[in-house]
Design a protein around this ligand. Structure first.
Ligand code: ZN
Length: 379
């Protein structure tokens, strides 16, 4: 099983391409495969038989008949291998087990407190992976994917120096190496905004889409997929988007500049603004209060967020913008205000853009982390 995924030989390459095509199409007939791969019928029959014998694909009913007998359909066997997807956010860690169809088999999570140094956190992650594997009787993994708060060193699997972690010690944490050594499988680390973008891209199964995925809350982070390929920033620092300037000479930012998106849209910025107006609010107030000053601050935030996204649209030309964050899901007026602002400020006259909420919610980052593991074997 692992052999098939690990085999990089030219001979195996065509089989892997075929396998990936079946995976993407979910169910597919031999006639459709012949049309796509231009190999003789006998060769196709032989490859399909081999993949079936190895337990990688199986027959899955019949398709619509086109004249003669209804064609046999093939699909991948989703339970022959599993991936682990991990999210490391500022406030909590989520660990998931997924099958090859990207279906979540089991999951667990824990909050990150002052006690959760890297050492404690990594021990808990290892325990969770082992417990999940035991619970679902899984003996071997295809790999482990991690979506973490940046900045990160993607190549070496190191979490560099993320802001705002409650515990000390989160500097140069070689998480990738540690998990690789422990489980002897590939470990792929990326920024959480990137892996979430990957998950939303596959959730709709539209393979050629350009997606801009934007997370708002404590900070603003974005991931971008262009024609199916993830745009990887150097050091995986997806937070740089929050320093897009939306108001020349606006509010002062921690980066030393003025009028950055973050200074209007992040939870912290909104709370400081309310404080400066003599109103001491909490994040809970932002999410639930009807207080006019809170509502005014939120609508102002939504307007600036729309300006920031409009700027990104004008540069990147995405087909779809996916918004994710507590306010996006909980506050329909906030969400609508963002859309109005995007439409007002973006130059997309010849280009229809879909704006939608994330369909995977909080699970997107860890699901996308696992999907990256699967994709890694087909690069
Ligand atoms: Zn800034």
């Amino acid at each position: 099983m692992q052999d098939f995924f690990n085999d990089q030989s030219e001979k195996n390459h065509s089989k892997k391409s075929l396998y990936k095509y079946i995976h993407r199409k979910i169910k597919v007939s031999k006639a459709e495969l012949l049309k796509e791969f231009h190999v003789p019928n006998t060769t196709m029959t032989r490859i399909l038989a081999e993949l079936t014998d190895r337990g990688l694909i199986h027959q899955a009913g019949f398709g619509e008949p086109t004249g003669g007998r209804p064609p046999v359909l093939y699909e991948i066997v989703s339970e022959v291998a599993y991936m682990v997807g991990i999210e490391i956010a500022r406030t909590d860690v989520r660990v998931m087990l997924l099958n090859l169809r990207y279906e979540v088999i089991g999951q667990d999570r824990f909050p990150l407190t002052k006690q959760h140094t890297p050492q404690v956190t990594i021990e808990m992650i290892i325990n969770m992976i082992e417990t999940l594997m035991e619970r679902y009787q899984i003996s071997s993994l295809l790999g482990i994917g991690i979506g973490a708060v940046g900045p990160i060193d993607r190549e070496n699997g190191v979490i560099l120096n993320p802001e705002s972690f409650l515990a000390t010690g989160w500097n140069d944490v070689p998480l990738g190496q540690i998990l690789q050594k422990k489980f002897s499988v590939p470990v792929i680390l990326n920024n959480g905004a990137n892996t979430a973008a990957v998950a939303e891209y596959y959730a709709r199964n539209k393979q050629e889409e350009n997606i801009l995925y934007c997370i708002s809350g404590y900070g603003i982070r974005c991931g971008y997929i262009q024609e199916g390929r993830l745009f990887n920033q150097k050091q995986g620092d997806a937070t740089s988007y929050e320093h897009i300037i939306v108001e020349a000479n606006g509010r002062e930012c921690t980066c030393g500049s003025k009028g950055c998106l973050k200074t209007y849209v992040s939870f912290g910025a909104m709370l400081s603004h309310l404080q400066s107006q003599g109103f001491s609010a909490t994040i809970d107030d932002l999410l639930n209060s009807d207080e006019p000053l809170v509502r005014k601050t939120l609508m102002q935030s939504a307007n600036y967020y729309g300006i920031g996204i409009a700027n990104m649209i004008n540069i990147l030309h995405p087909d779809t913008v996916v918004l994710h964050g507590k306010l996006i899901y909980n506050d329909s007026k906030y969400y609508r205000e963002i859309i109005q602002s995007i439409n007002k400020h973006s130059c997309s006259r010849n280009h229809k853009i879909t704006i939608r909420k994330g369909v995977l919610g909080e699970k997107a980052t860890s699901i996308g982390a696992a999907i990256q593991v699967f994709n890694h074997f087909f690069e």
